[in-house]
Design a protein around this ligand. Structure first.
Ligand SMILES: C[S@@+](CC[C@H](N)C(=O)[O-])C[C@H]1O[C@@H](n2cnc3c(N)ncnc32)[C@H](O)[C@@H]1O
Length: 255
């Protein structure tokens, strides 16, 4: 591992409200704060909202700034990216923001049923060939509902026509009516008030990349039916996206 990455991991180890629990660390002793995030980490009983695959954590930090009456946890397996958001939250003294370095697949090891009030999924890889890894696939939806409080909303922002179409089909196959479904949130036809005050300006690193390439940004929000109701994968062919993200070290002007 590079020196820079090691330094970031070491930095994060010193920060309050940053928890690094990849699978190996979790296996050693479990996560001691499971079911106690409110009381032990945030010192309040406010709703807890997760950002899954938070990358550099811009959205988690931005949500924390805008909604001081809620708590936000950014989750990603890549700690070197998360360092950016973790450092910003610490520098600003944002007591309602935390970061967790782990795999999304391990959510149940970190949260008890109902401990989470809502989820944001921001610009995930659409995983066009790997349904099991797709963050709005039924396997993952089933996982989310084991930690979400009843009525907890899932919010997806994506550039990907494939993931947007897939998610709508997945919802239809399971009789779930989206609360909002918008193919172009910055377009002239976007419904007014689609996001609360100030949230439209909040853009992640990947979102800025897609916007700079002229892509439209799509948004779907929905509540998941309770555990026990079987979820079905949609049985439709969806056209694959004809483009890919830039390679990791590509520099985008004006970011
Ligand atoms: C395309 S990036 C988007 C990052 C950020 N949300 C943004 O919009 O800039 C996807 C992120 O999801 C993370 N990720 C993907 N699958 C994951 C998983 N199963 N568990 C944890 N993180 C995951 C990756 O490490 C990566 O940082």
């Amino acid at each position: 591992m590079g020196k820079n990455k090691l330094k970031k991991f070491a930095d994060m180890a010193q920060m309050d409200r940053v928890y690094q629990y990849p699978f190996a660390a979790l296996r050693e002793g479990g996560f001691p704060l499971r079911g106690r995030w409110g009381e032990e980490v945030f010192g309040n009983g406010n709703p807890i909202v997760l950002e899954l695959g938070c990358g550099k954590g811009e959205y988690t930090v931005g949500l924390g700034r805008r909604f001081p009456g809620m708590n936000f946890i950014g989750i990603d397996i890549k700690g070197a990216r998360m360092w950016t958001g973790a450092r910003a939250a610490e520098a600003e003294g944002l007591g309602n923001v935390a970061f967790l370095r782990t795999s999304i697949e391990l959510l149940e090891s970190f949260f008890t049923p109902g401990e989470v009030s809502g989820l944001w999924i921001t610009f995930p890889d659409p995983q066009m060939k790997k349904e099991r890894k797709r963050l709005t696939g039924t396997r993952m939806i089933d996982l989310y509902r084991r930690v979400l409080a009843p009525g907890g909303m899932v919010n997806l922002k994506t550039d990907s026509p494939f993931l947007f179409a897939y998610t709508r089909e997945m919802l239809a196959a399971n009789g779930i009516e989206p609360q909002v479904c918008c193919a172009d949130i910055y377009g002239a036809d976007a419904p007014a008030g689609i996001f609360p005050e100030g949230l439209t300006e909040l853009r992640t690193y990947y979102e800025q990349q897609w916007l700079s390439r002229g892509m439209t940004i799509k948004y779907v929000s929905f509540a998941i039916p309770p555990c026990g109701l079987e979820l079905r994968e949609p049985e439709v062919e969806i056209e694959l996206d004809a483009y890919r993200a830039y390679p990791r070290h590509h520099v985008i002007a004006n970011l």
